[in-house]
Design a protein around this ligand. Sequence first.
Ligand code: PEP
Ligand code: MN
Length: 349
Amino acid sequence: MIIILSSQATDKNVDELIANLKERGYGIHLSRGVEKTIIGAIGAPEEDKATIAQQIESISFVERVVPILKPYKVVGREFHPERSVIKVRDVKIGGDEIVVMAGPCCVESEEQCRQTARLVRAAGATILRGGAFKPSTSPYSFHGLGEDGLKILDAARAETGMPIITEVLDLRDLDMVAKYADILQIGTRNMSNFSLLKEIGNMRKPVMLKRGMSSTIEEWLQAAEYIATRGNYEIILCERGIRTFETLTRNTFDINAIPAVRQLSHLPIIADPSHGTGRWGLVSPVAKAAIAAGADGLMIEVHPEPEKALKDGAQSLKPDTFAQFMQELSALVAAVGRKAGWSPDGGSA
Ligand code: PEP
Ligand code: MN
């Protein structure tokens, strides 16, 4: 860290602070200017650096402390320059190929889920999404079918061969959801549920961590660090839109986050334009923008009858719109030097 002292700092103050830092294990680089004295403290001990920085900042003659290193390490690119590829059954996430996760917001019935699975598979999707445990702002709305929903996803996987991604909402359901899911999804509302992050960190199972709707990119990467520091490195990030003053759309899809995360982290990054916009008519253009910006894949909500959907009908694509979108996406994927895991005329490759 770099410690900037106030002009009131005396020689005695400087000496005392240097002694304090050396005692903590830091190497010292002192720079005395005409106006200001700056201390560079290098080689931090394995203590919480943020706490030390705050302690130093509390000293009356210290003006400011500037950290040099990022508050995450294992998920950061500085220490791991090559990009991670997460393998889920036969699908690779984070490599050359763009992955598309598609399916209904919620598993509503066996018929609805299996029909959607067949249709998105035929259009080229490689991973089936569907919520069995649903978070909801309203206590009156549908909260999912629970384990029955997981069993339906299991049947859809058996029929189509697609791996499944589904959300785990609560620590108490973790083992059960993990038994069925190929990828555990941590939703926006749980990005800061640190007990859940720690438990998933203890597992050896792919996890997709959605960005908290009011979280900064740095907080999101620190949440990923919670999982990675416990040994689970199979982490996929998902930008799903953040809250802003705009009310026309459900959220504001943060396109900046895609290239920013690619620069800062080696983890794959997926874009969710369904929750990112909340409007089906905006899903295709925002999805394409995300791929152009460097996303490794997409998560898209599809429903055979959005007008009857129990949740998120307004942002769900109809299967034929999704199939058309997948054809358009093929050309874009080639233009940005990536590969499509599906054939350009629709259908899985
Ligand atoms: C979802 O993907 O179904 C979902 C609830 O997303 P989010 O956590 O991003 O709102
Ligand atoms: Mn949804």
